[in-house]
Write a protein that binds this ligand. Structure first.
Ligand SMILES: Nc1nc2c(ncn2[C@@H]2O[C@H](COP(=O)(O)OP(=O)(O)OP(=O)(O)O)[C@@H](O)[C@H]2O)c(=O)[nH]1
Ligand SMILES: [Mg+2]
Length: 518
């Protein structure tokens, strides 16, 4: 049934409630009724309000509530039910419309944000504020001493590691800290520029890189070269460069031109300039601890106010310092998941099922390859409150190191885990071949990666006698790596597997306690 329109409903209500009154002016009888009659008895009120036609129709009901009550109530209720039914139908229609949304919209509906493990970011610190050129003035002292306040420092930019986030998804492409405030008269200094903190997950590698060369930038550079000044002699060129330097660091009161002796004085006291950002290019810093804070762009220094330029010769300095620009840095952020152990296996081996069986994580498990598309870290809680973390890493295939399958992007997440847990499907014939493939890929990605302490989880051991045979053979061909048969699906032998894992991790923690992740 199509939903009744608003006008139909209104007519319906008028017909039901005004059957004994003028449908065009239902108020004409209400003038003479008492308050009790107007509102109806409490019982009548209850009937009216529970009928579901309250709201805008409340006034009309009040006038003739007693009239409609007895003879029209059953019919009225039927109509109300019909309206409710139609509303229910509308809701299901809406649901159908939602289902018809393009998949890209549906994909992120109520889901967490996508996993991002690489970002290139431009970070600019704030400019320092300029010093002020002002003089104290009063009725008795019209030519008082200099009183300009100093400019403040610009805001700096920091990168801060946090264990509360797991992806670089929230990191923007550009950051800029606030500029420092200029100085004012009466010795008032400017306000410091606010710092900016870029919060990244623990395990982020910060690389300082050169700014990208854009076509516009290259063209601009060429134009600048074309505009090079031509000088008559060397002296003129030197004085031009001196003035350039001075105007970069100092400002003058309008109308004031510095004389040669002043220029010499200012050149002598040029402020110290911090090293440019390019000197840090190539530096790599690993943020492995919660709360670790790295200064990436320092805010510019504020300029000095004119009292700083007062001397025995210069009684009323018309000079103040200029705020220095903040440094601009380009950094590459690369997230490498840190966990005590990482699950390495071919697609469909049952890594996610194993993680779900042993930890508090709920990864998606499905019988098709590449179900897991992002690393996922779970925590294994032991009964004695000892805990360790285990990372589910997307499936690797032969050729992953040359970007086959999900590529080498996820191999970086294997690097930081202290223990490698190879998850092999023993229901398939020759699982030792899978082990060889995995170890080969890891070695090709980074030499020595397979030297880490390891454990083999022979998963799907519940899959009949063939699985048992494969497991026995695997034990012989495991290159000395301990093997534990497990059924992640049926949660069989899980405690033994986690116990073996704990032994390895505990031993490592004892050996290298300094590297323990907070
Ligand atoms: N019989 C049996 N099936 C299992 C076992 N563990 C996992 N499976 C099944 O194997 C299929 C793949 O499991 P997943 O946990 O999604 O595999 P995965 O290794 O995470 O796969 P990718 O995320 O694609 O790399 C699912 O259908 C699981 O139900 C097991 O112990 N026994
Ligand atoms: Mg998976």
């Amino acid at each position: 049934m199509p939903p009744p329109s608003f006008l139909t409903l209104r007519f319906l209500r008028t017909a039901l409630t005004h059957s004994h009154a003028c449908p065009f002016n239902p108020r004409h009888t209400s003038v003479t009724v008492s308050r009790h009659q107007w509102n109806g008895t409490p019982q009548q009120q209850k009937t009216r309000y529970s009928s579901g036609v309250g709201g805008a129709g409340g006034k009309v009901d009040r006038e003739i509530g007693e009239v409609v009550k007895d003879d029209k109530e059953p019919e009225h209720e039927q109509e109300v039910e019909a309206v409710r039914e139609s509303q229910r139908e509308e809701t299901s229609d809406q649901a159908a419309q939602r289902a018809a949304l393009p998949s890209v919209h549906r994909k992120f509906l109520g889901k967490s944000q996508p996993f991002v493990d690489y970002k290139r970011v431009r970070i600019t610190a704030g400019k320092g504020g300029d010093g002020a050129i002002t003089f104290f003035r009063s009725a008795r002292n019209p030519f008082g001493p200099p009183s300009g306040g100093n400019g403040a420092r610009g805001g700096s930019c920091y990168i801060v590691a946090s264990k509360d986030i797991t992806s670089l998804n929230g990191v923007q492409n550009r950051y800029a800290a606030h500029d420092g405030g200029n100085g004012f008269g009466k010795q008032m200094h400017g306000a410091d520029g606010q710092d900016v903190e870029v919060v990244v997950p623990v395990g982020t590698l910060v690389k300082f890189v050169d700014p990208p060369v854009t076509a516009a930038g290259a063209a601009g550079g060429a134009a600048e070269n074309d505009e090079e000044m031509e000088f008559e002699d060397e002296e003129e060129e030197a004085s031009y460069h001196q003035m350039q330097l001075i105007s970069k660091h100092y400002k003058f009161k309008s109308g004031y031109t510095p004389q040669p002796d002043r220029i010499a004085m200012l050149l002598e006291r040029l402020p110290y300039e911090p090293a440019s950002s390019s000197s840090t290019t190539g530096t790599q810093i690993d943020l492995t601890k919660h709360g670790q804070r790295l200064l990436v762009a320092r805010g510019g220094r504020g300029g000095a106010g004119n009292p700083h330029f007062q001397s025995a010769e210069i009684r009323g300095p018309a000079i103040a310092g200029r705020g220095q620009p903040g440094t601009t840095t380009w950094v590459e952020l690369e997230l490498k998941t840190i966990a005590d152990a990482g699950l390495v296996g071919l697609p469909n081996a049952g890594k996610s099922t194993f993680l779900a069986a042993v930890s508090n994580a709920h990864p998606k498990c499905a019988p098709y390859p590449f179900t897991t598309l992002n690393p996922y870290v779970g925590t294994i809680d032991f009964p004695d409150f000892w805990t360790m973390t285990l990372a589910d890493i997307p499936g690797l295939v032969a050729g992953a190191h040359v970007n086959v399958g999900l590529g080498h992007r996820f191999l970086r997440h294997v690097e930081r885990n202290r223990v490698l847990v190879y998850v092999l499907d023993v229901a398939k014939p020759e699982p030792w071949e899978d082990l060889a493939t995995l170890r080969n890929e890891l070695e090709k990605y980074k030499k020595g990666l397979t030297d880490k302490p390891s454990l083999i989880v022979a998963n799907k051991a519940d899959a009949g006698p063939a699985a048992q045979e494969h497991f026995e053979e695997l034990k012989k061909r495991a290159n000395g790596i301990p093997v534990v048969p497990v059924s992640a699906l049926k949660k069989k032998n899980i405690t033994k597997a986690t116990g073996m894992l704990r032994e390895i991790v505990e031993k490592l923690r004892r050996e290298e306690p300094a590297e323990e992740v907070d």
